[in-house]
Design a binder for this molecule. Structure first.
Ligand code: TYD
Ligand code: MG
Length: 454
């Protein structure tokens, strides 16, 4: 950890001294000398890292990087094993999704294990934060709440307290007096983040910044900051559902494939260790229009039910609706069903829903969506112990998907026995048939339909 150089400056006349003096040597006033951080420009590079000499890569020391474990397991996992000292983290997400709740839980975890944590709030009063902490059920005396918007004051306080972690909630409410524009403006957000980056790198104190993603162009969104920080996490979910997903978009200290799954409960965010089981808990077995797929959330397989409802249109124009699935992709898949399979949907309304509030962007969901629509149209259920996955092309062919073995293993652990997968994947699978699983390769949508409807 770099040693922080400080100097003493008179608040009246601006005279400087290297040690504390009761009386200012410049103006002669008493008790006006205040400690400030002294930074020599040449010691800090443009990126905020301490300046260094070139050295052979083999000589680079990587040992002195013990990570801080927050006690929120899913959060630690997404970071690649905890918080790295001196790291600057950005946690973005829609307003109201649970960012403050997550970071308060993280702050409490660190405060209990590693000493003080400063939680700086520019949005809520200290009392509001205390009420939230009481709701979460844990109050730590090491957690310091600081309601302040001026970044200079914040940095001075943080340097005095030398906490284990600093949390800024949110970057849109902070301002640096060096810049005349209002808090939340592009200039302020960028300048404040730059200051915090220098603070984190020089002091070695990890700093987490909360940023709201807004659709309003006037307020600078955290996307602007992604290149400046070490780690970018997005906290996502549908507000009306309990599930929340924490994803790493950028991580200088770990992989970006990890994702953490939480559910928003009465007493804060709970880690969900078996999301697939929960997601399928209310599945109607044997109902037409319901198909299960294994969706890859980063490197994490999740079982998700796709539901479709197809019914005859009452008005001239049929309605199509997709929740948790791309609308245009749905139209494309319905066109494939009409043209390649001969299921006429021109006078049918079609509604597709990915259960649980997840947004499915993977092509592996194509075949399940097609089969769910076909199943609802025909009024025939798909066998409830069958899992379907595959990408569908415009000629009605079923194309290969990635990580099939991991997907099958997750579904098999929950008792699924039959798998309709792309024919191309089947030939390359090493998974022995001795596992008692029935793997069916489908080269086209028609073949997949033969396999699921008997
Ligand atoms: P919050 O963390 O304030 O969201 P953000 O900081 O992202 O704007 O919390 C958002 C919602 O979570 C809020 O509407 C209330 C709800 N909530 C719970 O359901 N349970 C809880 O224990 C807490 C603290 C909040
Ligand atoms: Mg908040």
């Amino acid at each position: 950890m770099a040693k922080i150089k400080t100097k003493f400056v008179c608040q009246q006349c601006g005279s400087e001294a290297s040690k504390w003096l009761g009386r200012c040597p410049g103006c002669g006033e008493w008790n006006t000398m205040v400690e400030e951080v002294a930074v020599k420009k040449a010691e800090i590079t443009l990126t905020g890292m301490p300046a260094s000499k070139p050295k052979p890569i083999s000589m680079v020391d990587t040992s002195a990087m013990p990570r801080l474990l927050t006690g929120v397991g899913e959060f630690d996992r997404v970071l690649g094993g905890g918080i790295v000292p001196g790291a600057l983290l950005l946690i973005g997400g829609d307003p109201g999704i649970g960012k403050s709740t997550l970071l308060l839980q993280v702050a409490t975890g660190i405060a209990e294990k590693y000493g003080s944590v400063i939680y700086i709030s520019g949005e809520e009063s200290a009392a509001q934060i205390k009420i939230r902490a009481e709701r979460l059920g844990k109050i730590s005396n090491n957690l310091l709440i600081f309601t302040e918007n001026n970044l200079e004051t914040i940095i001075v306080e943080a340097l005095q307290h030398k906490p284990a972690l600093v949390i800024i909630d949110s970057i849109q409410t902070m301002y640096s007096p060096d810049i005349p524009s209002a808090p939340g403006s592009v200039g302020q957000v960028r300048e404040s983040t730059g200051k915090l980056m220098r603070f984190a790198k020089e002091s070695g104190i990890p700093t987490a910044i909360i940023g709201h993603v807004t659709k309003d162009g006037n307020i600078a969104g955290p996307r602007l900051l992604e290149h400046m920080v070490d780690v970018v996490l997005y906290f996502e979910g549908e507000r009306s559902y309990a599930f929340r997903v924490l994803r790493a978009i950028k991580n200088r200290f770990g992989s970006t494939n990890e994702s953490g799954i939480f559910s928003m409960e009465q007493h804060g965010l709970a880690e969900v260790t078996n999301p697939s089981g929960l997601l399928l808990a209310e599945r109607p077995q044997g109902a037409p229009g319901s198909v299960v797929l294994v969706y890859m959330e980063g490197v994490r397989p999740l079982l998700i039910e796709i539901q479709a409802l197809v019914s005859t249109t009452c008005f001239g124009m049929p309605r199509r609706m997709a929740a948790g699935f791309d609308y245009n992709r749905l139209l494309l898949l319905m066109a494939v069903l009409e043209k390649r399979v001969g299921i006429m949907l021109a006078n049918q309304d079609a509604y597709v829903n990915a259960v649980g509030g997840f947004k499915i962007v993977e092509p592996a969901a194509d075949l399940p969506v097609v089969l769910a629509i076909a199943s609802s149209f025909r009024g025939t259920a798909v066998d409830p112990s069958t899992v379907v996955m595959g990408e569908v092309g415009l000629t009605g062919e079923v194309r290969m998907i990635g990580r099939v073995e991991a997907r099958i293993a997750e579904a098999a652990a929950l008792g699924f026995k039959r798998f309709v997968i792309p024919a191309g994947n089947l030939s390359s699978l090493k998974l022995a048939r001795t596992t008692g699983l029935k793997l069916i390769g489908a080269a086209s949508v028609s073949e997949a339909m033969e396999a699921v409807f008997v």
